[in-house]
Design a protein around this ligand. Structure first.
Ligand SMILES: [Zn+2]
Length: 212
């Protein structure tokens, strides 16, 4: 903390007073740091933790930020600008420079994307027929309670399940007739997910309502 205070331009002789007043500001006046009793086994106070303080989580706010500030000497990234743009790394005298987000960064694009939650249900002979019909009804309906069916050939035999966005096949069908039965008619897009030594064929079907 002393080093940080010096970086911020505090006169060396004034550092102890500065740090004391800074603590009084965040702990007493702003109440950002509150007294806590740390407990361990059976809620007993942890020995040696009297007088502990911690940041009050109720006073924290999350704010979206764009870009970061990078030290030009040690390249450490800072999430926000510092006083006088000084790097806070130990013994580094570097200066921070704003670094804008790369609009082509795939990870950031994924984070900012709009997500639709998959709500998958199993559709196989293990599921009683009445439950399967209920599943098909939910899947075809306007709601989003079930928007993905993971199914065996139970869904192959002429079941109308409405509009689809995509179908993924986990294995090559054992016979051309299996492929022709329903799957081509089910959706415009059919993708092979993988081949497996098992002869079982599994479909993953997603309705068109998920394409936004
Ligand atoms: Zn640095």
């Amino acid at each position: 903390m002393t080093q940080t205070a010096l970086k911020w331009g505090v006169n060396p002789a004034d550092v102890p007073v500065f740090l004391r007043e800074l603590w009084e500001l965040v702990a007493d006046q702003l109440q950002l740091i509150t007294s806590v009793t740390l407990t361990g086994f059976r809620q007993r106070p942890l020995p040696g933790s009297q007088g502990a303080r911690q940041i009050d989580a109720d006073r924290l706010l999350l704010r979206a930020s764009r870009g970061l500030w990078r030290c030009q000497a040690c390249h450490r990234a800072h999430l926000r600008p510092t006083p006088l743009m000084k790097c806070l790394a130990w013994r580094c005298t570097g200066i921070l420079v704003k670094e804008n987000e790369n609009p082509d960064n795939y990870d950031l694009m994924v984070l900012d994307g709009r997500f639709d939650m998959l709500r998958p249900r199993e559709h196989s002979a293990q599921i009683p027929a009445a439950d399967r019909e209920e599943l098909e009804r939910l899947f075809k309906g306007d709601g989003d309670r079930v928007n993905t069916l993971v199914c065996t050939p139970t869904l192959e035999l002429g079941v109308d399940i409405g509009a689809l966005d995509s179908v993924l096949m986990r294995n090559v069908p054992p016979l051309p007739s299996n492929y022709g039965n329903v799957r081509v008619a089910l959706a415009g897009a059919i993708g092979w997910l993988s081949t497996s030594p098992m002869r079982e064929l599994t479909l993953m079907i997603v309705p068109t309502s998920m394409t936004h």
